[in-house]
Structures are given as C-alpha cells and as structure tokens.
Design a protein around this ligand. Structure first.
Ligand code: HEM
Ligand code: HEM
Length: 188
C-alpha cells in the first residue's frame, strides 16, 4: 500500500517539463487569453468591415499563436516529457486525451479564423510581421463557414477543454496537493 503522506508527496522531488516546453506552454496561455479578450472586444466581422486596430491585433496574435503551437508540437514530438507522478490509470488516460484534444483545438481555432480572414479579404501577418498567404479565395463560401465554426463551435470546445484542464490542475494543487502543477510551474 502507498503510505506516502501529503506533506512527503509534495516534498518529494518532481521532474518538471524542460524550460522550452514550459515557456511555450505559458506563452500559449497568454496568447489564447488575449485572443478571447480581443476577439470579444473587436467589431463583428462582415464583408467590408474596416480593418481596425483590434481586428489587426486579433489576426496578428492568433496567427502568431499558430506558429507557437506548431513549434510546441514539434518540440513535444522530439522531447520526451518527464515521467508522470503516480496517478490512477484513468486519470492518466483522461489527461492524455485532454492534452491531445487541446492541441487539435489550438490548431483548428487559428486555421478556421485565418480562412475566415482570407474570405473577408483581409491580410494576415503573424505578430504583425510574418505574412501569411490567403488560405482560401476572397468571398469563398468555405471561408465564411469556417468563420462561423471559429466563432460559434470551436470557440466553445476550446473554452470547455481549457476549463477542464485548469480545473484539473487546480484540483491537483488545492485538493490532492500533489506535484502535478509543479511540473509546469516549478515551485508551486
Ligand atoms: C486560439 C486563437 C483564437 C481565439 C481564441 C479567437 C477568438 C475569437 C473570438 C472570441 C471571436 C469573436 C466571436 C464572436 O464575436 O462571436 C473571434 C472572431 C473571429 N476571429 Fe478569432 N480567435 C483566434 C484566432 C484567430 C485567427 C488566427 C484569426 C485570423 C488570422 C482569427 C480571425 C477571426 C475572424 C475573421 C473572426 C470573425 C469570425 C466570423 O464571424 O467569421 N481568429 N475569434
Ligand atoms: C489557454 C490555456 C491552456 C492551454 C491551451 C494549455 C495546454 C496544455 C497542454 C496542451 C498541455 C500538455 C503538455 C504536453 O504536451 O505534455 C498542458 C500541460 C499542463 N498544463 Fe496547461 N494549458 C492551459 C492553461 C493552464 C493553466 C492555467 C494551468 C495551471 C493552472 C496549466 C497547467 C498545466 C500543467 C500542470 C500541465 C502538465 C500536466 C502533466 O503533468 O502532464 N495549464 N497544458
């Protein structure tokens, strides 16, 4: 039987993700948060809506996020994460499935937004400097449809995954008091 007490468990040394993986994780968090806020503040996008600063910012940060997520996936595929702390098998499976779904949603959200931006005739520059080509032609129906998915469907799926994920991280930290959060935030 495992007789490790809570205090001993938290004191036990825990291997955290490497600094690059951690930096990419927290940069993703910042950019996603900014995108939900800027997306909610910017004017509704229709054909001919002026390309105001908030829309430019939404596209610049969101397409930048796409690059960050691609870099993150590449890093993840080439660098083994630290061995997980002792957790029930079902929790490992749910965590793995949630992380995978998060990566998929983190790719689909900017891709669908980019398609909508192209269909509306806007240019897209990652972080305002790296030009992206048009993903679909001007006024392409598929671009408008993807815009609807971006704003009405993937929007909620990504948000729900984030709420589950953050809820799990806080549950581990505040209720179980184990070392899961320290893997991404050493010292916590
Ligand atoms: C994870 C990244 C992103 C998040 C969280 C996000 C979030 C949002 C939000 C909250 C809205 C407003 C929805 C509404 O008013 O109902 C929106 C709309 C929009 N976003 Fe994003 N966005 C992201 C990435 C992008 C990217 C990379 C682009 C383009 C390069 C983009 C283009 C658009 C467009 C064109 C709309 C209007 C949708 C339409 O009605 O066609 N978004 N986004
Ligand atoms: C936009 C919000 C967030 C997104 C998109 C996100 C995404 C992810 C992803 C994809 C992973 C899997 C890493 C891997 O490849 O192994 C991960 C791991 C992790 N995240 Fe987040 N995260 C977010 C916010 C947060 C927040 C706010 C916290 C803390 C309160 C957090 C704590 C963690 C922890 C502790 C892990 C490591 C889990 C483990 O031990 O395997 N995340 N996150």
């Amino acid at each position: 039987m495992n007789t490790v007490t809570v205090a001993e468990d938290r004191a036990a040394p825990v291997a955290s993700y490497d600094p690059v993986a951690r930096s990419l994780h927290w940069l993703t968090v910042l950019l996603v948060l900014a995108e939900y806020i800027v997306g909610s503040l910017m004017p509704r996008i229709r054909l001919g809506t002026p390309f105001v600063l908030l829309i430019q910012l939404h596209f610049a940060l969101g397409s930048g996020l796409l690059l960050v997520v691609l870099a993150r996936i590449l890093w993840r595929l080439t660098h083994r994460p630290p061995p997980p702390p002792p957790l029930p098998v079902w929790q490992k499976l749910v965590a793995g499935a949630t992380h995978f779904a998060l990566y998929v949603a983190l790719l689909l959200m900017p891709l669908a937004g980019w398609a909508s931006a192209s269909a509306h005739g806007y240019p897209v520059r990652a972080f305002g400097v790296i030009p992206f080509p048009a993903l679909v032609p001007y006024k392409a129906h598929v671009g408008f449809k993807l815009g609807d998915l971006h704003a009405d469907v993937i929007y909620w799926i990504l948000l729900a995954l984030i709420v589950m994920h953050v809820g799990a991280a806080l549950y581990h930290r505040l209720v179980k008091r184990d070392a899961v959060l320290s893997r991404m935030l050493p010292g916590w």
